[in-house]
Write a protein that binds this ligand. Structure first.
Ligand code: SF4
Length: 338
C-alpha cells in the first residue's frame, strides 16, 4: 500500500456489554466482538475482511462506517480521527462512505419505488436541484448498474435477488463515495448471480476510483478481487497478507483450514491428500480461550498456545501472522488443491 491511507483503524475494540436484571441492568460480562484490530486501507485498494460468522468482520465494517461507536481504539478517515465524532462532524463521512448490505431485500423499503429509493441520498444531502434532474440522475445510475431505467416506478418485490442488490449498489454509489463497505454483498445470492455482482463492483471501482472493503465468510469469493486480505478469528486479525500470497502460501493454520474447506468446483482437480477442514464450533466471543484464541481447534496447537497470545508478526513472505508455530511451505501446500 502506498500513499496516505483512506481508512485506518488502530487497536479497534467493540465490546458489547452483557447485562442481567430488568431494572438495574447489572453488567456481568461482555461480548468481545472486535478486540484490538489494526489495519489501513489505501486509496483505490480492495481490502478483504474474511472469517467465519461471529468473527467480528461485519462489526468492524460498521465501526469504520461509524454506525457503531467503538468501545476502544481509533478510526481515522482521510487522516481525521472520527472515533467519537458527533452527528454533525460525521456529515462528510455519510457522503463519502457508503455501505452495501448482505440482504438486499431487507435493506430496501418495500413501500417505495426503486426510483425513490435510489433518489434518497440526493434528497438527504440536498444534492439535486429539481425533481427532473433527480430523475435523470437516478435513471443514469440504474443504467450504470445494469437495471432497466424503464423500471423506475417498480417496487423492490418486483425484482430478483441479484437485481435488488444492484438497486442497493446504485443507491450506495449515488453520491460518488470514496469508500464502499460491502458487507457479504453476494452471500444471499445464487452462485451464478454472485459473479455478476462481483464484476459490477469491480467495474464500478475502477470507473469511480472507489476504495472497497469487501467483507465475506468465504475466501473463494474474495480471491480474484482483493489486493490484500485480513483473516479474522474471534475478534482478532490472525493473518494480514497480499491476496496472491494468501492463496499460495497461507501461514496461519486458520487461513490454511479456510482454504482447505473451499469447495473444488473442477472434478478433474483432486482433493485427495488435503488435510481435514475445521472441526468444532467457534468458541463464544464472551469467553474467548486464553492464549491463542484458535488453540481449541488448531491442528498444530502446543502447550504454549494456550498460555501466551501470539502477536501479529511479519513472516519471511511479508505476511503478518499471529501464530507461535506458523505453517511452513510444505504444510501450506498440502492444504491447497493439487
Ligand atoms: Fe495454532 Fe498455536 Fe498457532 Fe494458535 S499459536 S494458530 S494454536 S499453532
Amino acid at each position: 500500500m502506498s500513499g496516505d491511507p483512506l481508512v485506518e483503524v488502530r487497536d479497534l475494540e467493540m465490546h458489547f456489554p452483557l447485562t442481567r436484571g430488568v431494572v438495574l441492568q447489572r453488567q456481568y460480562g461482555a461480548v468481545r466482538a472486535v478486540d484490538g484490530v489494526s489495519f489501513s486501507v489505501g486509496r483505490g485498494e480492495t481490502f478483504g475482511l474474511v472469517g467465519e460468522s461471529g468473527c467480528g468482520k461485519s462489526t468492524t465494517g460498521r465501526l469504520i462506517m461509524r454506525l457503531l461507536e467503538p468501545t476502544g481504539g481509533q478510526v481515522l478517515f482521510e487522516g481525521e480521527d472520527i472515533t467519537h465524532s458527533g452527528r454533525r462532524e460525521l456529515a462528510p463521512l455519510r457522503r463519502d462512505a457508503q455501505m452495501v448490505f448482505q440482504d438486499p431485500y431487507s435493506s430496501l423499503n418495500p413501500r417505495k419505488t426503486v426510483g425513490s429509493i435510489i433518489a434518497e441520498p440526493f434528497i438527504i444531502h440536498g444534492l439535486a436541484s429539481s425533481a427532473d434532474e433527480r430523475r435523470r440522475e437516478v435513471r443514469d445510475l440504474m443504467d450504470r448498474v445494469g437495471l432497466n431505467p424503464e423500471h423506475y416506478n417498480r417496487y423492490p418485490h418486483q425484482f430478483s435477488g441479484g437485481q435488488r442488490q444492484r438497486i442497493g449498489v446504485a443507491r450506495a454509489i449515488a453520491l460518488k463515495p470514496k469508500l464502499l463497505v460491502a458487507d457479504e454483498p453476494v452471500s444471499a445470492l445464487d452462485v451464478s448471480i454472485q459473479a455478476q455482482i462481483i464484476n459490477l463492483l469491480q467495474d464500478l471501482q475502477s470507473e469511480l476510483g472507489l476504495t472497497l472493503i469487501f467483507i465475506a465468510h468465504d475466501l473463494s469469493v474474495v480471491r480474484h478481487m482483493c489486493d490484500r486480505i485480513a483473516v479474522m478469528y474471534l475478534g482478532k486479525i490472525v493473518e494480514l497478507t497480499a491476496s496472491e500470497i494468501c492463496f499460495t502460501e497461507p501461514r496461519h493454520p486458520y487461513t490454511g483450514a479456510l482454504l482447505a474447506s473451499v469447495p473444488i468446483p473442477d472434478p478433474s482437480i483432486s482433493s485427495v491428500g488435503r488435510r481435514p477442514v475445521l472441526k468444532g464450533d467457534v468458541p463464544s466471543p464472551s469467553a474467548p480461550p486464553a492464549g491463542c484464541r484458535f488453540h481449541t481447534r488448531c491442528p498444530k496447537a502446543q502447550a504454549l498456545c494456550s498460555q501466551q497470545e501470539p502477536p501479529l508478526a511479519e513472516q519471511v513472505n511479508g505476511s503478518m501472522v499471529a501464530c507461535h508455530f506458523p505453517l511452513d511451505q510444505a504444510e501450506a501446500t498440502a492444504l491447497l488443491p493439487k
